[in-house]
Ligand binder design. Structure first.
Ligand SMILES: NC(=O)c1ccc[n+]([C@@H]2O[C@H](COP(=O)([O-])OP(=O)(O)OC[C@H]3O[C@@H](n4cnc5c(N)ncnc54)[C@H](O)[C@@H]3O)[C@@H](O)[C@H]2O)c1
Ligand SMILES: [Zn+2]
Length: 363
């Protein structure tokens, strides 16, 4: 059942292993890296005593001296202050920390982002392994090497591109995930299907019951297929100058709705689902895709219990928020729209009228 996906990034290439029960393999995986003797396992307060401890125990059993570093859960803690506390905890492990230290991130996307930045910053870069435990971290945050923290000015404004030595995804961990958190990852799965792989949309539509129940075999396939898509997009454009922007499909209007609703009110996946519906309505209106294709996507989202309507939105407000987005260039609003299921293109001059059409589809 275990599957391995290679992320091809030249001398920084690494493997993502997806399987059932492989969190217990983190010890042997770490021991296989040259000269690793000490490890800091970083986990948030929700899972430090469960998966965090399991990870540390696996490292200890493999002969690696493991220290568990716990931080308070949640996006609100992806801060400079928590990052600073983590560095203190890392340097407290031993007065003579050296570059043989391994950082192990065990948790959701917040843990992965902040731990990766700790790894990038400690002694100008130590090795790190990622053990994502949320679906969003599995299919999105754990691939691509973006690490970092938030600043009061905005999200993810401080950070570095820093690739891990490897990623281990244990799909068994998904069984304890809250439905809202599962939803967050599912929005990205539908996004990946529409931008690159029509057969993935069929797979999702045929397996919604198994997916919502986190059935192990189906989740292995779902996660592995999504990791492969994200890895492929990232390998083609590591620094986000071109086609990596395809990953923003569903996110332009989606982010605007997330902001208008009040950040944290909607799950990220719910916002992306609404953004996908709006983008597809614009694509239908512009005769890029057929209403039948747009309906296939809507049905998959609905079957996954993701929202497809959000009445009462003011299109002018959505447009205004979209223009403030850091990805809007020179006042131009850029949108990624499907030209068929499995293929998208970037459109640089989206008009307020088009956005109003997308918003109307959510009414
Ligand atoms: N680096 C990237 O490329 C990238 C991509 C997408 C998102 N992100 C970042 O990821 C973050 C969102 O990730 P997230 O949704 O995983 O958030 P998160 O890390 O806060 O996890 C969500 C919640 O689920 C809990 N949790 C995680 N795994 C669990 C499990 N197996 N069982 C029970 N509870 C579990 C966590 O404790 C947390 O409370 C954001 O900060 C976002 O910016 C980064
Ligand atoms: Zn997203």
């Amino acid at each position: 059942m275990e599957q391995t996906i290679r992320v091809e990034l030249g001398d920084r290439s690494y493997d993502v292993r997806v399987g059932s029960g492989i969190l217990d393999s983190v010890g042997p995986a770490a021991a296989a890296l040259p000269t690793v003797r000490q490890a800091a396992v970083i986990a948030d307060s929700n899972i430090a005593s469960s998966y965090g401890k399991q990870t540390a125990d696996s490292l200890t059993a493999a002969g690696i001296d493991a220290t568990l570093i716990e931080f308070p859960t949640g996006e609100a803690n992806k801060t400079v202050a928590v990052f600073s506390d983590m560095l203190d905890a890392v340097f407290a492990i031993s007065p003579a920390i050296d570059r043989d230290l391994l950082i192990v991130a065990c948790g959701g996307g917040v843990t992965g982002d902040i731990s990766g930045y700790v790894a990038a910053s400690t002694l100008r870069g130590v090795r790190w392994l990622q053990c994502p435990t949320s679906l969003l971290a599995d299919v999105d945050a754990s691939v691509g090497g973006k690490t970092g923290i938030n600043h009061a000015t905005g999200k993810n404004l401080i950070g570095a591109f820093y690739q891990p030595s490897g990623v281990l995804i244990d799909v068994e961990t998904l069984k304890t995930l809250a439905p809202r958190e599962l939803q967050s990852g599912l929005g990205e799965c539908v996004k990946h299907a529409v931008i690159r792989d029509a057969s993935l949309l069929d797979f999702i539509a045929e397996n919604t019951t198994e997916i919502l129940a986190c059935q192990s075999d189906v989740m292995c396939d779902l996660v592995a297929r999504n990791v492969a898509i994200k890895a492929d997009v990232v390998a083609g454009d590591e620094r986000e100058t071109g086609t990596r922007a395809h990953l923003n499909y569903g996110h332009t209007v989606g982010h605007a709705i997330e902001t208008i609703a009040g950040y944290g009110t909607l799950s990220h996946g719910a916002a992306v689902s609404l953004g996908i519906i709006a983008a597809n309505a614009i694509a239908v209106d512009s005769r890029l895709i057929s209403p039948v294709d747009a309906d296939r996507v809507r049905q998959a989202l609905e079957a996954l219990k993701l929202p497809v309507t959000y009445p009462g939105l003011n299109p002018d407000e959505v447009w205004e928020v979209m223009q403030r987005d850091k990805k809007a260039r020179g006042g131009h609003v850029r949108m990624v729209l499907p030209t068929e299921i499995g293929r998208v293109e970037i459109f640089d001059n989206t008009t307020p009228q088009q956005v109003a059409r997308g918003v109307a589809a959510l009414g």
